[in-house]
Design a protein around this ligand. Structure first.
Ligand SMILES: *[C@@H]1O[C@H](CO)[C@@H](O)[C@H](O)[C@H]1NC(C)=O
Ligand SMILES: *[C@@H]1O[C@H](CO)[C@@H](O)[C@H](O)[C@H]1NC(C)=O
Ligand SMILES: *[C@@H]1O[C@H](CO)[C@@H](O)[C@H](O)[C@H]1NC(C)=O
Ligand SMILES: *[C@@H]1O[C@H](CO)[C@@H](O)[C@H](O)[C@H]1NC(C)=O
Ligand SMILES: *[C@@H]1O[C@H](CO)[C@@H](O)[C@H](O)[C@H]1NC(C)=O
Ligand SMILES: *[C@@H]1O[C@H](CO)[C@@H](O)[C@H](O)[C@H]1NC(C)=O
Length: 512
């Protein structure tokens, strides 16, 4: 259970006001050993709207720099709270998908909590098609930009952001934190692995680690439909998903639409072949009966990528994961359905592995899929794999890290994170002294889904770093039929089991 006194201590930080005015001339240019700063601009931003009636005011320091010889041009922004004052902490804010960072809503949320917030675009605009930056010419990947996205720009931003923050307030930063989910979660682990001194605390949520095998695994459902020679409608796949939830929901003690004990779920999709399902038609497909081929596709979706000879390539998705993400399909009015490959995986294969903007991943045979899988790992694991379990330097520096992952994540396989954490523990059986992993039953990618997601895991991290209070559980909540249910996420390998009582109360569950 969480100690309120510890929480209070962790947040009783004093707020500091600026020592400098927010203007381009008054803030000293920071230095970067591997970079040349090409511009610094500072402007006061007042009442920046975060939605929901919240707004923040901050000094927006924006920097551009290049790594001389690499031809890149990277934008870094540091948002320094002015009106509210500064809580003496720095927060590096992660990205998502192909976006390295600089997401205004995340930067604003950090400022709203009193942090000086830093973000980088890594030298490319993640909202534009990946074709705009991935290749220098046919066959030649822009490896410098990939490296910026994967690792280098994250540390640069931290080095620059800390200098700007300390210069603006005329005071040392007390503690620094990384906060990211998905790509941002992978970035957090990259920092712990490669730049272990950059942050005191890292919140690496639903991390896109194991980049190469998992990205191939995201393409796998499409590949599986191609190999089976059948494209089920979203309706048929949802009927299979629903049948598995029906079969396995209560194994964790509570019927709530969440498979909380996947290890006990032995659902066999072939047992529901012939069962009727109903849909309205349209893009989700028409009503029908579950087919053997449809059950095969579902089985492969849950099992995960396998080579032509049946060798393990990557983990699959949980039975309660949504099927419309990496196993998305769409149907026309005549009932014919086509697969919709997952865009990030398609781009990765086409632009980075095959290095050919015209390559069509949707035409790969299983043998070609296996070749691409091998090539991706060979060429890119050292750049973006982010799967090194050796966190000893981060531990030695006193760092603390928290990861949580939704067990029904439909894009990044939950079991990949389990596998990573197990490898960390194998190397260091005492790893929980500095790194804890929490499982979120029923939660989708970075939130959403039928399960309870953490309410504010950064609070637990700050408390751990600053007061030494290591979290055993993480408070979480979700909405069930318009009421808020409170839960606690359990620390791996414990799962949350319903004890009885009001299911909306956290104390009706225990971790075992
Ligand atoms: C911060 O400054 C940069 C550079 O001038 C600008 O592009 C960006 O829009 C500014 N951000 C906000 C929230 O004003
Ligand atoms: C990135 O691209 C998006 C989509 O075209 C555009 O709206 C946005 O302004 C671009 N961002 C920057 C910083 O250029
Ligand atoms: C699956 O279950 C959901 C939630 O109960 C329901 O909305 C949906 O219609 C079901 N889909 C099928 C194909 O049975
Ligand atoms: C994930 O791991 C659990 C526990 O080992 C296992 O029961 C489950 O089948 C795995 N799921 C997938 C999709 O690989
Ligand atoms: C699935 O594919 C259809 C057709 O391309 C698209 O409209 C829909 O947004 C996709 N679903 C998701 C969740 O991406
Ligand atoms: C969960 O709790 C947070 C913090 O109290 C609150 O802002 C959020 O609305 C709650 N979410 C749900 C789904 O009840």
């Amino acid at each position: 259970m969480y100690k309120l006194s510890a929480l209070y201590l962790a947040f009783a930080a004093s707020f500091t006001t600026a020592a400098q005015t927010c203007s381009s001339g008054s803030i000293s240019k920071p230095t970067l050993f591997n970079g040349r700063i090409t511009s610094l601009k500072a402007t006061q931003v007042n009442d920046f709207d975060l939605g929901g009636g919240t707004s923040v005011s901050f000094c927006n320091v924006s920097l551009t720099y290049t790594h001389p010889g690499e031809g890149d041009n990277i934008n870094v922004q540091v948002w320094l709270p002015t009106k509210l004052g500064w809580n003496s902490r720095f927060q590096g804010v992660g990205g998502g998908g192909w976006t390295t960072g600089l997401t205004p809503s995340s930067m604003g949320a950090a400022v709203n909590a009193g942090y000086a917030a830093g973000g980088t675009d890594g030298g490319h605009n993640g909202s534009l098609p990946t074709d705009t930056w991935a290749l220098l010419s046919p066959g030649n990947v822009n490896l410098y930009l990939l490296q910026d996205f994967a690792s280098v720009a994250l540390n640069d931003m931290t080095v620059l952001g800390k200098q700007v923050t300390e210069n603006f307030y005329g005071k040392k930063i007390k503690k620094s934190y990384w906060n990211g989910c998905s790509t941002g979660g992978r970035q957090g682990l990259m920092l712990a692995q490669r730049y272990p001194d950059a942050y005191d605390g890292i919140l690496a949520q639903s991390p896109a680690i194991n980049w190469n095998p998992f990205t191939m695994g995201q393409f796998w459902p499409y590949q599986a439909m191609r190999d089976v020679g059948y494209v089920p409608s979203p309706c048929e796949l949802n009927a299979l998903r629903n049948a598995s939830i029906e079969a396995c929901d209560e194994l964790d003690g509570l019927k709530d639409g969440v498979i909380g004990a996947p290890g006990l779920c032995k659902f066999n999709p072939f047992s529901v072949v012939g069962k009727r399902y109903t849909c309205d038609g349209g893009a989700d497909g028409k009503s029908g009966r579950i087919s053997r081929a449809g059950a095969t596709v579902a089985m492969k979706f849950w099992q995960g990528a396998r080579s032509a000879t049946g060798a393990f390539e990557w983990f699959g998705y949980a039975h309660d994961s949504a099927v419309d993400s990496t196993a998305n399909t769409t149907c026309s009015s005549n009932g014919k359905c086509v697969g919709v490959p997952f865009a990030i995986a398609e781009d990765w294969i086409r632009l980075f592995v095959q290095k050919d903007a015209n390559f069509d991943p949707t035409k790969m045979s299983q043998a070609e899929f296996d070749t691409v899988y091998h090539k991706a790992i060979q060429e890119y694991d050292s750049i973006i794999g982010t799967s090194d379990p050796d966190l000893s330097r981060f531990k030695a520096g006193g760092g603390k890290m928290i990861t949580w992952h939704g067990m029904a994540d439909p894009t990044i396989m939950f079991n990949g994170t389990v596998d990573y954490f197990q490898r960390v523990l194998r190397l260091d059986p005492h790893a929980r002294d500095f790194y804890r992993f929490f499982m979120a039953p029923g939660v989708a990618h970075c939130g959403g889904g039928a399960g309870a997601a953490p309410t504010n895991p950064l609070e637990q991290l700050v408390s751990w770093v600053e007061t030494g209070h290591a979290p055993d559980t993480i408070p979480a909540n979700h909405t069930v039929e318009e009421t808020e249910w409170k839960r606690y996420l359990c620390q791996y390998p414990k799962i949350s089991v319903y004890k009885g009582g009001n299911p909306a109360r956290a104390d009706s569950y225990k971790c075992e």
